[in-house]
Design a protein around this ligand. Sequence first.
Ligand code: NOJ
Length: 558
Amino acid sequence: MTIAVSTLAPIGENRPGAEWWRSAVIYQVYPRSFADANGDGMGDLAGVTAHLDDLVSLGVDAIWLSPFYPSPQNDAGYDVADYCDVDPRFGTLADFDRMLYAAHDRGIRVVVDLVPNHSSSEHEWFQAALAAGPGSPERARYLFRDGKGEHGELPPNNWVSVFGGPGWTRVPEADGTPGQWYLHLFDVTQPDFDWTNPEVHEFFKNVLRFWLDRGVDGFRVDVAHGLAKDGELPDTIISDDPSMGGGEHVAPYWGQEPVHDIYREWNAVLREYDGDRALCAEAWLPTVDETALWVRSDEMHQAFNFPYLTTKWDADDLREVISESLRAYPAVGAPATWVLSNHDVIRHATRLALTADTPRDGGIGPRTEARPIPGLGQRRARAATTLMLALPGSAYLYQGEELGLPEAVDLTDDVRQDPTWFRTNGEKYGRDGCRVPLPWTADAPAFGFNDTGASWLPQPDEWARFARDAQEDDPASTLWLYRTLLANRRQYGLGAGSIEWLSGYPSDVIAVRNGDVTVVVNLGSEPVVLPAGTLVVASEPLAGGALPADTAVWLLAG
Ligand code: NOJ
């Protein structure tokens, strides 16, 4: 069956300055865990198509799909073996086309994930590199190097894998003797490309065109800060000098200048196409100002605002990161973006109220000191989202947050799948807890994730109460809150607005006006008196007209 390529009729005018991605709410679909049409326990593209109407009723503008490409799934699909196909576990290219057509038909744009820092070791290029041997053009597509030491028995430098353990692995040569080393900043099955090689540039431009020709609206670019390495491959410095990051690794592979030329090239590829296609950088950089370098006018269009995601539930800190974001991104012509959860971090309904600090990527499990404080995280999460969706720019939601889903904190060791868990020998639980399949129906096998009850990660029993059908008709539910926020964000044009800080509130209260809407968020412990006005939405019931702790409200001027 042939499906016509579909491109979406423009939302709004799409003139410069008003492109869809400047104000869109983009919902992250994690295909493994969204909906499973064939019942094998892993979600699929047909499952996404089947639930598009639920996303329309939620009120999002676009979806971003995490990888669905052929992959051995050693890093949940971020180990790509073929960039221009669909893994049979997720369906076929025809399923993709059907999903894209159905999404566009409903006014929903589709962003796909691009993984250009590394491929899977099962990619034909890497297999050819192993077979071809040192000095070959095949090896020159990756970062193969001779080792140090008398017999090359030491790795070329001290770089480590983000998932734990060394960043280099030695391969046997054709005669069986120990040979060269290759770099993998992530899992051993994720060899890094050599982006000084023009062939790699050509390859990825063609990958972009493959998906643009099919009609996608953009790309989320994985590890966008990591593609270019310092060509000398110097050791990572671990410094206590605060000016060098204070105890942090000063890594000669994050944020290297030549990476920006790659995005200038890609920006030009996107401009070959109509309809405002967009690139979004996944770049974990410490400050908003550094992140803004990825969205200069001839580079990417958006970058995830991870400094915002990592900000604690603290009024001063939030005021600062919001001000910084609304200064730094527009200064280079880009929208600010906002995000609170994704498939790599502890869900914000849990993260915002823990009994102890915990590293971002460490996860939570039965033996971690950090445990959720019952109820408080969810309350704060609802308030945090109520603030986020009032801010101008583009906002990202992670599947399941509209249900108030917490992190699954009691997964047992035997079900864990994240390479972080294996490469740190269980020292870090990793990210499985935010990746558990969604509950759709309280009273059904696998809570309606599929018909068979199979689930690649077990769903906690208590998730019946988070199931979508249990919230559908409950105005007090998180689902209703999200729908109400998204409908009003659209109605009052908040995504394209601008904010004014309001004074006269206690220091632990955030108060801003965006157009007609006044937003007040109480991060303190005492109730706050609200100004006169008509209530649009509140994250919790108000107490006699006052705003309780850990609650946010939108009001129209009275
Ligand atoms: C970032 C992705 O979001 C994460 O899930 C993945 O493990 C790494 N990049 C490596 O691709």
